[in-house]
Design a protein around this ligand. Structure first.
Ligand SMILES: [Ca+2]
Ligand SMILES: [Ca+2]
Ligand SMILES: [Ca+2]
Ligand SMILES: [Ca+2]
Length: 282
């Protein structure tokens, strides 16, 4: 008698179900992996575009600020100052770009945030983020997008007879002053004199550094270096992400997680120091 076994020729319902479930789990895992990779790819793209965007802008800005006071003929600054504004949110300076011995109106340059988006002049975009601007007269040239904040600070010599940078003599290491102008004097940002401007210089934790009077009167002609902070954020928020970092931009400490509208953006802080080699040569 021949016995046939159905099990050898097909699947039972249970086997079929197990197979389907296994298939669904496999597809599900593949989808999760794919989704994670897509997300990380998108994040990388966001970071790269954010970084490229700002690197190019800050590079060209630094290059031009470095030219402040450039005076190849030795006559360009008889009636105008090389630096005419230098504060925590903008710098305005001149250089004889075309080397003709005079300063034309297009040789006076200002860097700041788009003025209409920083009406309180603190270098922090009033509504989230705005553009970094290169300004000539009333002409505003956008340099970079998605800028949340910009800050400037200055190193300087004490007076025209002394070409040494002014330093904070109360500390053991005597670090140079990084200061901003206030009430006719330079006010130091590195209050604890440890050589860095950071959260520790905000002694009362109100997110503003407690600037300290150096007692040195402001003279823009005595500026020899500029420190620039730029806080960039991603173009779009990511609701699955919260930025828990704090960023020191000049005298302000910005903590995105304290803002419901800003906490889901990714941020990138850039800081550079520009030596003004053309200042003090005349
Ligand atoms: Ca010129
Ligand atoms: Ca502002
Ligand atoms: Ca410090
Ligand atoms: Ca404070």
């Amino acid at each position: 008698m021949k016995v046939t076994n159905k099990r050898e020729t097909g699947f039972t319902l249970v086997e079929l179900l197990i197979g389907m479930v296994a298939g669904i789990i496999l597809l599900g895992s593949l989808y999760i992996i794919f989704k994670a990779q897509l997300k990380s790819y998108n994040l990388q793209t966001q970071y790269i575009s954010m970084q490229n965007n700002i690197r190019i802008a800050i590079g060209s800005m630094a290059k031009e600020i470095r030219m402040a006071g450039y005076n190849p003929k030795g006559t360009a600054f008889s009636t105008i100052s090389a630096i005419n504004t230098a504060n925590e949110y903008e710098i305005s300076f001149a250089y004889d770009k075309n080397q003709d011995g005079t300063i034309e109106s297009n040789e006076i340059i200002t860097y700041q945030l788009k003025p209409n988006d920083d009406l309180d002049n603190n270098g922090i975009a009033d509504n989230g983020a705005t553009m970094l601007i290169r300004k000539i007269g009333t002409n505003l040239q956008p340099l970079a997008d998605n800028i949340e904040a910009i800050g400037f600070a200055y190193a300087f010599i004490k007076n025209a007879n002394n070409n040494q940078l002014a330093y904070n003599s109360t500390g053991t290491n005597k670090n140079i002053y990084w200061a901003i102008p206030y009430n006719n004097y330079w006010y130091n940002l590195d209050v604890n004199d440890d050589g860095v401007v950071n959260k520790n210089d905000d002694t009362d934790n109100d997110n503003i550094i407690n600037i300290a009077n150096t007692g040195i009167p402001i003279s823009y002609n005595n500026i020899r270096a500029v420190k620039i902070w730029i806080l960039v954020r991603s173009e779009h928020p990511d609701n699955s992400f919260i930025d828990n970092n704090s960023y020191v931009v000049g005298k302000y400490i910005i903590t995105p997680k304290n803002s419901n509208t800003d906490k889901h953006y990714r941020h990138w802080l850039l800081s550079i120091t520009v030596k003004l080699r053309n200042m003090g040569l005349n």
